[in-house]
Design a protein around this ligand. Sequence first.
Ligand code: UT7
Length: 410
Amino acid sequence: MDDKRNGQVGKSANAGFGRPRYAHITGWGMAVPDRVVTNHELAQIVDTSDEWIRTRTGIRQRHIAVDPRETSATLGARAARAALEVADFPASRLDLILCATSSPEHIFPSTASLIQDALGAVHAGACDLSAACSGFVYALSLASSMIVSGQADSVLVVGAEVLSRFVDWSDRTTCVLFGDGAGALLLQASPVPGGVLSSVLGSDGSGSDLLIVPAGGSRRPATLETVASGQHFIKMDGRAVFRFATHVMAEATRQALEKAGLGVADVDLVIPHQANERIIRSSMKQLGLSEDKVFINIDRYGNTSTASIPIAVCEAVAAGRLRPNDNVVMVGFGAGLTWAATAVRWAVPMGQEVPRWRAGQRSAGYSLARVRSRLLRLSRKVEGTLAGEQNEGLGKIVADRLEEWRRARE
Ligand code: UT7
C-alpha cells in the first residue's frame, strides 16, 4: 500500500468529508508463555498418548502459563506492544482497544481496560468481547466497522487466553486440546481501497450446552458445591462441536468471499481457527482449496481460542505466506455456538525498518505508563482518605448541629 509508505495510513482518513474509508491491518504481534507442554508429558497425567492426540487433533505441544502472574491481560499487552512496534504506532494515539477473550482476568473490569492501562493508551476506549473462539473475528469486524464509519481511526484488536486455568486436568477429552497465548492486530483508517473487505457473523444459541463453563456466571454463581463438582471447568461435547465446525467453516468462508465480491479461486490464504487439524482439512476440502492455501500451526500451540487466528497471522507473515495484495480469509467457530469469517486484502508492505530509537522511546513510554498507573492508584487512595476525613468533619458538624437543636428544645 503506497499510502502507508507516504505515512498516510491513519492520518489521511479524515482528509475529505464523505471520502470512503478502509480499515487496514498495519501491525501484528503475538505472545505465548515460555513453558511448553508436550503430548508425552500429558500422557503422564491422563490416560492418553502422543499418537492419539496427534492423529485426532494435529496437536504436538502447547504453551501453558504456569506462572500465576501471567494472565490474559499480561499476554495480551505483550502481543499488543509487538503489534504497535510493527506498525510503528504510539499507544497514546489508539482510539479503541477490543479484547476478545474467554478467559478474562475478571468478570469485570474488562481485560481490555487492563491492557489499555499497561500500554498507557490514555485516549483509547476499551472493552471485552465474548464470542468464544469466534471472538477475534467478531472483534476484527466491529473494529473495521468503527473505522469505516469514521468513529475511530485506529483500533487495536487483541485475542488473549489462559484457558489452561479453566481446564480440568483430569479430563482427557478436553485437557489435551487447549493452549495459552495472545495475538493482536492493529487496524488503521486509510483512503486506499483494501483491508477488511467483508465479514459474516453467526450464532446458534440452541447449541449453548455443547461447549460451556457451567458455573461462575449469574445463572450458577460459585458455591462450594459448584467448585467440588468441577462446574467451573470447560465441558464439551467434542463430536457435536466437530460436526458443527466442519460444516460452518466452509459455509462462512464462502459467504465472506461472496460478500467481498470474490470467489474461492481468488483466495491466496485461509487462516482458520486452530481447533483441530481434521476440521481444517475437511473444511478446505469442501471448498476445493489446496493445502498450500491454508495456514496451520496447531501442532505447536494447540487450541488457543481467540488468540489462534492472530497468532497464525503473525506466523504466516514471518513465513512469507502473506504478501501485499493477497486475499486472505480468517474464519473461526466456537462456543455459543458462534461462527465468523472475514475477507481481507492484505495491503501492508513488508520488511519496513523501524528506527531503533523509536522502539526505545516506546519502551520508555510503557515504563512511564506503569508509573502513571501506580501514581493514579495512589492518588485515588489519598483522595479517598482525605474525602473520608472531610466526611468525618462533616459528620461532626451534623452531630454538633443536632446536639444544639436538642439542647434548644430542652
Ligand atoms: O474451539 C472450539 C473448541 N472445540 C473443538 O473444536 C472440538 C471439536 N471436536 C474435536 O476436535 C474432536 O471431537 C475431539 C478431538 C475432541 C475428539 O476426537 P474424536 O475423533 O471426535 O473422538 P471421540 O470424542 O469420538 O472419542 C473417540 C474415543 C473415545 O473412546 P471410546 O468411547 O470410543 O472408547 C474417547 O473416550 O477416544 C477417546 N478419547 C481419548 N483417548 C485418548 C477421548 N479423548 C481422548 C484422549 N486420549 N485425549
